[in-house]
Design a protein around this ligand. Structure first.
Ligand SMILES: CC(C)(COP(=O)(O)OP(=O)(O)OC[C@H]1O[C@@H](n2cnc3c(N)ncnc32)[C@H](O)[C@@H]1OP(=O)(O)O)[C@@H](O)C(=O)NCCC(=O)NCCS
Length: 138
C-alpha cells in the first residue's frame, strides 16, 4: 500500500505537534515564529495525518524541526518513511546540509539517517538536546 506524504499547511501540523510533543503546554507554545518560512510535510494514513515534520532552509542548510508521530502510530516505521522522504526531497533540490536539535533519546534514531552528534548540547524546558548534522555539514 502506498503511504501518501505531502506538503501541508502550518495549521495542519500544529495539532499533532501539540498532542505529541508538548501536550502539557498551552496550544500556542508549539507555534514557531518561523512557521511561515518553513515547509511542512505530513504523512497520512487514510485521511488521518499521523506524522509531521517541518523544514527550514537558511544559508543553504536545512534544519528540520517538530518531528512527531501520533503516539499510537509510533514504532511502525512511519516517521522513518517521512524523514527519509523529506531528506531526499531537500537534497534533490540541491540542499545537502541537514541538521536538527535532537532530543537526546532520539540520537540513535537519527544516526540511521546519516546524522552525527556534534559537541553542542543544551537543555531547554527540561529536555536534553544535542545538535546533529550530516557529513556535508562538517
Ligand atoms: C521521533 C518520532 C517522530 C519517530 O516517529 P516514529 O513514527 O515512531 O518512527 P519509526 O516508527 O520510523 O521509528 C521509531 C522506532 O521504531 C522502530 N521501527 C520502525 N518500524 C518498525 C517496525 N515495523 N517494527 C518494529 N520497530 C520498528 C525504528 O527502528 C525506531 O527505533 P529506534 O527509535 O530504536 O531507532 C516519534 O517517536 C515521536 O513523535 N516522538 C515524540 C516527539 C519527538 O521526540 N520528536 C523528535 C524530537 S527530536
Amino acid at each position: 500500500m502506498e503511504i501518501p506524504i505531502r506538503q501541508v499547511n502550518k495549521e495542519d501540523v500544529w495539532e499533532l505537534r501539540h498532542k505529541v510533543m508538548w501536550a502539557d503546554q498551552p496550544f500556542d507554545y508549539i507555534k514557531l515564529k518561523d512557521d511561515d518560512l518553513g515547509v511542512h510535510y505530513g504523512l497520512f494514513k487514510g485521511f488521518t495525518l499521523i506524522s509531521v515534520i517541518s523544514i527550514f532552509i537558511t544559508n543553504g542548510e536545512c534544519q528540520f524541526r517538530k518531528f512527531a508521530t501520533l503516539q499510537q502510530e509510533q514504532g511502525k516505521g512511519y516517521g522513518s518513511m517521512l524523514l527519509d522522504y523529506v531528506i531526499k526531497e531537500v537534497q534533490n533540490n540541491g540542499v545537502k546540509k541537514i541538521w536538527c536539535n535532537a532530543r537526546k533519546n532520539k540520537v540513535n534514531f537519527y544516526k540511521k539517517f546519516g546524522l552525527e552528534e556534534t559537541n553542542t548540547s543544551f537543555i531547554k524546558d527540561g529536555k536534553d538536546y544535542v545538535i546533529m548534522r550530516n557529513i556535508y555539514s562538517r
